[in-house]
Write a protein of this length. Structure first.
Length: 142
């Protein structure tokens, strides 16, 4: 059996090494290799967010807001906390499980949307911040 070379056996590590080398080359224009590497990494991080249209970023923002709303409704359905619908003692008991389930579902639904649009967590933070700062509409939420 013919043995593959190291780079073929370690494709992920090879890819990372090549990526780092490219980041150093991209950033080396400034002469300082550490600063050059950081500049290259920053260029990669910001390029995707800058490539997206305002419409697409707003669409992602809206979908995530709708998903978070869906998660809260589902958690409220399973562990009600509204004292107008159940007695106060039961509502108090439901607060913690409601919050935990809501958070778990929000993270799950948000990640599904980020995966659908190929958005990293860092990019989502930028989109989310821009959306809140610029008061993007979240119409369609019930």
């Amino acid at each position: 059996m013919k043995k593959k070379n190291w780079f073929l056996r370690h494709k992920i590590v090879s890819g990372i090494i090549i990526f780092i080398i490219l980041m150093v080359i991209i950033g080396n224009k400034n002469g300082d290799s550490q600063k050059g590497f950081q500049d290259g990494m920053n260029a990669v991080k910001t390029s995707k967010t800058n490539e997206r249209s305002l419409k697409e970023k707003q669409e992602i923002f809206l979908k995530v807001a709708e998903a978070e709303n869906k998660a809260m409704k589902e958690a409220e359905g399973k562990y009600p906390t509204n004292i107008y619908n159940i007695d106060v003692e039961q509502a108090k008991k439901n607060v913690e499980p409601n919050a935990e389930l809501s958070q778990e579902l929000e993270e799950k639904y948000r990640q599904e949307i980020l995966n659908e649009y190929n958005v990293s967590k860092d990019e989502w933070l930028k989109i989310g911040t821009e959306g809140v700062k610029d008061n993007w509409p979240v119409s369609g939420l019930n």
